[in-house]
Write a protein that binds this ligand. Structure first.
Ligand code: FES
Length: 90
């Protein structure tokens, strides 16, 4: 078992100290973090500085976590963000 790791769905992801969750996932080749609401297209980190919100993940059960701004920590549980249906306009 590696020293610094977190869980991503059914994988173990290693990280270096000071690395964000998004950076660790990208290094592992994972770049689809969520899907768009309208067309269900995959989205992944773009700006890596907290501006675009394309890196949203579920981290330790909390939705809408910005993977690029969240420092990787030992043993956290991360998963892709679900796509929510659009609200219907009445
Ligand atoms: S990659 Fe843009 S907000 Fe995280």
């Amino acid at each position: 078992m590696p020293h610094n790791f977190f869980y991503f769905e059914n994988q173990i992801i290693e990280f270096d100290e000071g690395m964000s969750v998004a950076a660790a996932l990208l290094r592992k080749g994972i770049n689809d973090f969520r899907q768009t609401q309208v067309t269900q297209q995959p989205r992944g980190p773009f700006c890596m500085m907290g501006a675009c919100f394309d890196c949203l993940l579920v981290i330790d059960g909390l939705t809408n976590q910005q993977g690029c701004m969240y420092l990787a920590k030992q043993g956290i549980r991360v998963s892709r963000h679900p796509s929510y249906p659009l609200l219907e306009m009445i």
